[in-house]
Design a protein around this ligand. Sequence first.
Ligand code: BTN
Length: 321
Amino acid sequence: MKSKALITLLSDGQVHSGESLAGQLGVSRTAVWKQIRRAMADGFKIETIRGRGYQLISRVDLLDYDAVLSQLDPTLRPDLALRVLDDVDSTNAEVLRQIAEGGKGLPVTIADCQTAGRGRRGRTWRSPRGENLYLSMGLTFHGGFAVLDGLSLALGVAVANALEQLGAADIGLKWPNDIFLPTGKLGGILVELQGELQEGVVQVVAGIGINVHMSEAEGVDQPWSSLGSAYPGIEWSRNQVAGAVISAVLDAARLFSDRGFRDFRGPWQKRDIFSGKLVQARGGEINGTGCGVDENGNYLLRTEQGVVPVRAGEISLRVAS
Ligand code: BTN
């Protein structure tokens, strides 16, 4: 975003004269005016107050590299290769590129906007500029693909806990990878696997999308929610949410490496939105009551024939109507 420096200066909501903005940005007053026009074309509402200057009216919550890092435990910071981008096709794709480049540190990418955000099952993930969190992290595990059972559920628990600590009560999890509020889907997790680089070493890209400020989502075909609309009393900052989620995912990945899914199973079941509900799987082929997950993260349905496990990736679950 070309007008980021200008918006940062205006983000205090005060009136700034063209002269002072020009001085601080090191450009002419004409250049300031051009930047104001460009920022307005990017969707920022800026008022020109005659004889006084410019005032930003719209809410801004800019992503900032240092602000994200400042949320993390100082001991973690040197281990991360953090990229904070204005635009990217997909943060998952960017982390895959970071891995291919082979630099130092655990790859983490956050972007202000995605032009080709990816959802599960080949869907597009709506990623409007400045509204939400689009975050991906490259995680390494040892022991081959078999050790990854339940990983995406464990990450869901980590994200839910992090959001709860920031004040979002009522976070539920919808098997396998959705973060839910009572009013609808708040976010999702897309785990993509890279082949084994060396024997037994698996590289996972964990992509996390959380609706933070989004207030309209044309064409989204299911109920959805955002932190801002569900908890209007909290001043949500994407940098803070990013920091909290990164820390939680790092902790969860460490625990998962040591102990697998077992420590996450109980916390996952507590947030299970299908628990005790009549649920359909395989397009109606199986009907049963939701009763949590097994030790591998498969969903369990209590049916007339007994408890049936439903495998991730196989089907989607929906409440029977
Ligand atoms: C879902 O379908 O529920 C999963 C959505 C995952 C979206 C996130 S946004 C950050 C990361 N980059 C992507 O392209 N997708 C994931």
